[in-house]
Design a protein around this ligand. Sequence first.
Ligand code: NI
Ligand code: MN
Length: 278
Amino acid sequence: MRKTAEEVTTGPPQETNSKMMCITLNKFLINVHKLGTSLGYFCHSPNEQKKMKITYLGHSCFHIDTGKAQLVFDPFIRPNDKAKGKVDIDKLKADYILVSHGHDDHTADLVYLAKKTGATVVSSYEVHSWLGKQGIGKTHPMNFGGSWTFDFGTVKYFQAAHTSSFADGTYAGAAGGFIITTDEACFYYAGDTGLFQDMKLIPMFHTLDFAFLPIGDNFTMDAEQAVIAADFINCEDIIAMHFDTFEFIEIDHQKALDSFENMGKSLLIPEIGVIFEK
Ligand code: NI
Ligand code: MN
């Protein structure tokens, strides 16, 4: 049957038109849901734990997407041969850069990354003062025992058994670490440190889900002592850092893993450039 000129220009009568629209809309919604499910958007059960996306950038440098903010810890990327071809500093996003201490293997890319991203740098008062002289004004100074609540969660700056100075010789205060509490998780980033008794204070105030501990020996504790540190902080789930970057801190991976396994704890030795969830 030939369509009238009116049908050709305006389509079928109104009722059929709205039915077709309903079917089309339904099909569209089903496809959106299928796509969403395949991407993991619609399959959260109410009890499912929120996860943080963590990328190891080499040495003690990590990028963490907390779900609310992008954090970078101890930026040391361009001078790290082990990170070459695996990490592109210019693609890194950061709302906050957390700096444990002034040593070059934790701050070599700090000024560059802070300028490029406009991130707020959280560190000791002395690191904040030094950054001011480098033209970085977006900083948040802290000192040991103090906490501050940022838009992504609460940061406590905690002592470390280590020294701290900048490559140019400037005094950088004392070395520290961070305890971060967000809606998603509570974790400890120890920075560079030897084993020390004050770590036992942490579980008195925080229930840690996971912790970043140095295991490379020579400049920090080794894996065997990190197992004891894991006990002190009452945390079973440890992520290794500060290993293999230089000859002084090359480690036997299997031996490190065994040290933890023998004590019923888990050690993740992360691979540079690889994302994992916690
Ligand atoms: Ni250091
Ligand atoms: Mn170091």
